[in-house]
Design a protein around this ligand. Structure first.
Ligand SMILES: [Zn+2]
Length: 95
């Protein structure tokens, strides 16, 4: 992989919903699969990722300000209809 080097110790990402910085491990990675946004809780899907708190309020904010297509560099709109439910399911499954 190329690109910017990240500090190894505690990688931080910005939540695209509330714009707060948080440890990567506290955020949920979202990737675009086709033209839909899907959560990637294990961080294994290829491509760009957007990070959001696994909370409905942050997902809703991100969807409303169209942060996902921007963060994921999508040329068109992304389907986020199922994202809130998917994130809720991931959050519920988390310990
Ligand atoms: Zn947030």
């Amino acid at each position: 992989m190329s690109g910017r080097t990240q500090a190894r110790a505690c990688p931080e990402r910005t939540c695209v919903g509330c714009r707060a910085r948080a440890a990567k491990s506290e955020l949920l990675r979202i990737v675009a699969v086709g033209d839909a946004c899907v959560p990637d809780p294990r961080g294994t899907l290829p491509g760009r990722g957007a990070y959001v708190h696994p909370a409905a309020v942050c997902v809703d904010k991100a969807v409303r300000r169209r942060a996902f297509p921007r963060a994921l560099r999508s040329p068109g709109a992304l389907d986020t209809a199922g994202l809130s439910d998917a994130v809720a399911a991931v959050a519920a499954a988390a310990p």
